[in-house]
Design a protein around this ligand. Structure first.
Ligand SMILES: [Fe+2]
Length: 183
């Protein structure tokens, strides 16, 4: 698999869920740009674990990331159905933010002897920071960059938007249970 636009579309069928064609193209371009700068390939993402914090984690990067996008969409739909009058939630921002939340890991990880490890750049700049840098370079709007920047623990220090809360909790509910399991 190459790392151009067709490879990104193959990795991310959920890009089609983004209604705004301009935003969809920017999100796709951010992933293309990340692969241009990354030592990782699209095939690596279907092989390496989604986290280095769980030893021998059997869930792959793409399984975890796509799960987070699906949870985020369902959560946003439920919140809009029951609380939509009080809480405005932009679905494109949720989906784009969830698809891009971990794009910076392409600059945080490298492979050594086939295993994913943190790169020296990753030690300096965790993926919320590199993710925002990549997305801004591709013209992704601030509301989506905010979701990227605030999805992980760093975001506990900022005032999250509703869209950022959704992606943050979707990400953590698909991560924290693994910390209590042994593989
Ligand atoms: Fe993350």
């Amino acid at each position: 698999m190459t790392s151009g636009s067709s490879a990104v579309k193959q990795l991310w069928p959920e890009l089609e869920w983004i209604q705004d064609a301009g935003l969809r193209a920017k999100v796709e371009q951010t992933w293309v740009r990340a692969f241009e700068l990354s030592p990782l390939t699209p095939a690596d993402l279907n092989r390496i674990p989604f986290t280095l914090l769980v030893p021998n984690c059997p869930t792959t990067f793409m399984e975890h990331k796509r799960c987070v996008v699906h949870i985020s969409r369902h959560a946003a739909e439920a919140m809009r159905e029951f609380m939509g009058n009080a809480l405005k939630i932009d679905m494109d921002t949720v989906i784009a933010g969830a698809i891009l939340a971990d794009v910076g890991k392409l600059l945080e990880y490298e492979t050594k002897n086939g295993k994913a490890v943190q790169s020296s750049r990753g030690e300096m700049l965790r993926h919320p920071f590199t993710g925002v840098a990549l997305a801004m370079e591709c013209g992704v709007p601030d509301a989506v960059c905010h979701v990227i920047s605030a999805h992980a623990a760093e975001g506990d220090l900022v005032k999250r938007t509703p869209e950022a809360y959704i992606v943050h909790h979707a990400d953590f509910m698909a991560f924290l249970p693994f910390k209590n399991l042994k593989f």
